[in-house]
Design a protein around this ligand. Structure first.
Ligand code: F6R
Length: 609
């Protein structure tokens, strides 16, 4: 929920930390701060508000000199956004500074203990407890003091720590919150994710839960929780810095919408050979796949909406029950799982706490876990039995777009792979779908070319207070995603309904001028979709219909406006249909002057329950 970065090297740390934080701001943006050793003592600068305010405060970094430091951008959990609650949090003497992403669950108990020892607290944060506790145990060796603290704190944490008495050492700690180390020549980094450091190095170490690392200018040493050294593999990040920059677009969200065809090529093409889906090094045996009796899909938010489409598609392909469940509900619902149940976990970040907790719950009950994840080396990826990466590249805008599309493509690839192993559909049916999967990126390019028409439509309706999305089957699942996208970035109230449900209550909300987005891509239910359009039209609604090119004329007799997508295999309609809905949300939010990449109250990766 927060972004942390740390640097030790030969250059001025402050501008490097500010630049790294700028790339992590999507993780949280209610306050920011840095702590830097200036040659004599730790200097801390922090403030409520966006990173810009911090940067102004320290004149782009030039106001604090020093070549070792830590920085933080915050999404508040304990303690409201304020200057004093911002990170870094420092110990009473000012010798130890800590940046933290996560939550210390037993902080109240530890705080009571420290208060009983005469320690005063300045903030309401759980993180200050860590800084004060490290100082309590400190006797000249920061690594040892941190090691002792780790035996006492509970919860989720990625920590960056510096100590004014040992200004050559930077300490990194990870448990249940992401943290990577970036290795360079004469400098080293810690960071919440690769985007913060890719400009400086592509050599990365993924820390495991419970590990501690000591970084100096010269090198990095990793330890386990008993402070015994552990050997770590160095991974090479192969994407370019441009992937984490706006590249001429006004917003990351628009850039990422436009990147979808390329992202789909990366997700799909290497997994298709000779007209069949090939999943290399796939950790589930053919016997296991054939014996499957049930699938659970578990995820949150947009990833859950992918799961909704996945349910329809996998049931069509495999003819076994697929239950899709919100991760936040799954862990408390006492799910019924056995050896023949597969749990598919979907997550862009691979760090969503609810999804992670559901994964662990399912694993504990004996199910195998297959995860569909974007961030390489993330916690969910590491704890799964099998991982299928989406290879969408870094997604910076808080509202997901290209991760959604690639997740959907991977679910379809998986369904077709399982269908072949189980013999649940004919070879012709399978190959037709695979053929369409290969055409998906170029068809999506055609859809994205309609950008201006969607922008025009947005200009007609951007000042509405309430917008409904309706659809049936996969079109309903798609409507849910369109509605979420719209509300999260434009702050317009919006609901998605299964069209058949309208008459059971919601239709009473339809009046003159209400905007209804009718998602009607699914051929089998097109006539039903038409009836629902007529129903809402006759009660005064304005209807924007999303349908396929060959049905545009029929739909045109009733809808006020139409956006079309090329026809494709019915499994893949949502993969094309989602793009106009993303663009609609984007342009409406743009016209309302919203902060599109960083909507209020949100953060990219939700690492709290
Ligand atoms: C919406 C959005 C969120 C995420 C959700 C799950 O645009 O991005 O709803 O889909 O927070 O996040 P991941 O996929 O990282 O687990």
């Amino acid at each position: 929920m927060c972004g942390i970065v740390g640097y030790v090297g030969g250059e001025e740390a402050a501008p490097i930390l500010l630049d790294g934080l700028a790339r992590l701001e999507y993780r949280g943006y209610d306050s920011a701060g840095v702590a830097i050793f200036d040659g004599e003592r730790l200097r801390v600068a922090k403030t409520k508000g966006r990173l810009r305010a911090l940067s102004d405060m320290i004149q782009g970094g030039s106001a604090i000199r020093g070549s070792i430091g830590v920085g933080h951008t915050r999404w508040a959990t304990h303690g409201a956004p304020s200057d004093v609650n911002s990170h870094p949090q420092v110990s009473r003497s000012g010798r130890i500074a800590v940046v933290h992403n996560g939550i210390i669950e037993n902080y109240a108990e530890l705080k009571a203990f420290l208060v009983s020892q005469g320690v005063d607290f300045a903030s309401e944060t759980d993180t200050e407890v860590v800084a004060q506790l490290i100082e309590y145990f400190y006797d000249g060796d920061i690594l040892k003091a941190v090691g002792r603290v780790l035996h006492r704190i509970e919860g989720a944490y990625a920590l960056g720590i510096i100590c004014g008495d040992e200004p050559e050492r930077l300490i990194a700690v990870r448990k249940d919150s992401p943290l990577i180390l970036g290795l360079g020549e004469g400098f080293n980094f810690l960071a919440s994710d690769v985007t913060a450091i890719i400009k400086h190095t592509r050599n990365v170490v993924y820390m495991e839960d419970g590990e501690i690392a000591e970084l100096t200018r010269e090198g990095v040493t990793c330890y386990n929780h008993l402070l015994q050294p552990v050997r770590k593999e160095v991974s090479h990040v192969d994407w370019e810095i441009d992937a984490a920059e706006k590249g001429g677009y006004e917003h990351f969200m628009l850039k990422e919408i436009m990147e979808q065809p390329e992202a789909l090529r990366r997700a799909i093409f290497p997994r298709i050979r000779d007209g069949e889906v090939i999943l290399e090094d796939f950790g589930l045996s053919d016997e296991y796949i054939r014996a499957l009796r049930k699938i659970f899909i578990v995820a949150c938010g947009s990833s859950y909406h992918v799961g909704m489409v996945g349910k329809y598609n996998l049931e069509k392909l495999l003819r076994i029950p697929v239950e899709v469940t919100l991760a936040s509900e799954f862990r408390y619902m006492d799910p019924i799982l056995d050896d023949n149940t597969l749990v598919i976990v979907i997550s862009q970040s691979g760090e969503t706490l609810d999804t992670m907790a559901a994964l662990r719950e399912a694993k504990g009950l004996g199910a195998k876990i297959l995860s569909i994840v974007n961030v390489v080396g993330s916690s969910i990826a590491r704890e799964s039995d099998v991982v299928l990466y989406t290879w969408a590249g870094p997604e910076i805008a808080v509202a997901t777009t290209k991760a959604y599309s690639t997740q959907l493509a991977v679910v379809d690839l998986l369904g077709l792979y399982f269908a072949r192993k189980r013999g649940s559909i004919t070879a012709e049916r399978r190959q037709a779908a695979v053929g369409e999967l290969l055409l998906l990126p170029s068809k999506l390019e055609q859809v994205l070319e309609k950008q201006e028409a969607i922008q025009y439509f947005a200009s007609q309706y951007f000042n509405h207070d309430s917008i409904f999305f309706i659809g049936r089957n996969v079109d309903y699942a798609l409507g849910l995603e369109g509605s979420l996208k719209l509300k999260e970035i434009s702050y317009i109230h919006s609901e998605a309904y299964a069209s058949g449900e309208l008459k059971h209550g919601t239709i009473s909300l339809i009046e003159d001028g209400t905007l209804v987005v009718a998602v009607a891509t699914y051929a089998r239910l097109f006539d039903k979709a038409m009836s629902n359009v007529v129903e809402v039209k006759s009660r005064g609604a304005d209807v924007l219909a999303l349908t396929t090119e060959d049905r545009a004329e029929t739909m045109g007799r009733n809808a006020n406006a139409i956006i079309t997508i090329p026809d494709t295999d019915e499994l893949l309609l949502p993969s094309l249909g989602v793009a106009p809905l993303q663009l609609l949300a984007y342009y409406i939010a743009l016209m309302r002057g919203c902060d599109i990449d960083k909507p209020r109250n949100l953060a990219k990766s939700v690492t709290v329950e």
